[in-house]
Write a protein of this length. Structure first.
Ligand code: NAP
Length: 283
């Protein structure tokens, strides 16, 4: 029964609205936010030869700072350990190998995981005027500077240990390609040869999307001239030719290697980067 004078009950509910305060994604910025960095080597596994000193050591350390997992190799255990102890991050490995021994190159290729990058850096230099070149020195120079990088590349390719999209860097030199210095013909020949190899395999490996490039340093402050016949005075004299009045630092070569290993260099293939403080434009 209707009660009189009661307003009729209706279904007129005040309309429900969805006027909630708008939800937004405006979260306060998280502190883990990583800015995009095309030079990053995060999640990349890189094998670096000659990592017990000089340019190889600097390259290993700087690559680890850029997030790479590095596999470092050389002959001298103590010096290699010194590099190893300076690496940032986890998961790095060290492997003792003599690149003049084919069995050691095999061991190296067998022991590594699939790689995103290979830095063929190990090298030696012995200055000899052409009339004093001998087969023994010629063989060892070519074995370390030319044959070992070629064989290591070949074995890793054959074993499919270089992933699609990986990058191979050869540490060549301005010697033999861009400049000449007295008594340096053996070394120059070995470095010119590796640039020729690099330029051709850059073409051969296009279908695998593996990029190949070289860095070509001028004089860098390392131990490489220790076994030569160059005196401190001669080195000081040579330094005067350098427009900046100094030789390079190993890190200054490492940074170019990092660029070539990184995705920032994804359109760079078959090229030789000169890093010499401008000495070859002056000579
Ligand atoms: N420094 C320069 O002025 C300069 C200029 C242009 C190009 N480069 C090139 O840069 C690269 C690095 O040279 P660097 O100046 O850094 O010289 P470095 O300090 O003498 O280092 C050479 C590296 O090569 C390794 N190595 C030498 N013989 C080897 C062998 N038989 N098996 C395995 N590893 C071997 C050495 O390690 P272990 O002794 O422990 O084996 C060492 O780690 C070389 O290819 C060099 O030709 C250097």
């Amino acid at each position: 029964m209707h009660k009189m004078n009661q307003p009729p009950t209706t279904n007129h509910q005040p309309p429900t609205t969805n006027h909630q305060p708008p939800t937004t994604n405006h979260q306060p910025p998280t502190t883990n936010h990583q800015p995009f960095n095309p030079f990053s080597l995060k999640n990349k596994i890189i094998l670096i030869t000659g990592a017990s000193s000089g340019i190889g050591r600097a390259t290993a350390i700087e690559c680890s700072k850029m997030g790479a997992r590095v596999i470092i190799t050389a002959r001298n255990e103590e010096r290699l350990q010194k590099t190893f102890s300076q690496l940032e991050g986890d998961g790095h490995e060290k492997i003792i190998a003599d690149l003049t021994a084919t069995a050691d190159i095999d061991k190296l290729a067998n022991s590594v995981d699939q790689l995103h990058g290979l830095v063929n850096n190990a090298g030696i230099n012995k200055l000899l005027l052409p009339q004093f070149i001998n087969e023994k020195d010629l063989n060892i120079t070519f074995q370390v500077n030319t044959i070992a990088p070629i064989l290591l590349t070949q074995k890793l390719l054959k074993m499919k240990k270089l992933r699609k999209g990986s990058s191979i860097v050869y540490v060549s030199s301005v010697a033999g390609v861009y400049s000449s210095t007295p008594g340096n013909s053996m070394y120059s020949a070995s470095k010119g040869a590796i640039n020729g190899f690099m330029k051709n395999i850059a073409l051969d490996l296009l279908n695998k999307e593996i990029r190949c490039n070289s860095v070509n340093p001028g004089m860098v402050d390392t131990n490489i001239m220790e076994h030569g016949i160059v005196t401190e005075e001669q080195l000081e004299e040579h330094k005067k030719k350098y427009p900046l009045g100094r030789f390079g630092k190993p890190e200054e070569i490492a940074y170019a290697i990092i660029y070539l290993l990184s995705d920032a260099a994804s359109f760079v293939n078959g090229t030789s980067i000169v890093i010499d403080g401008g000495v070859t434009i002056k000579e």
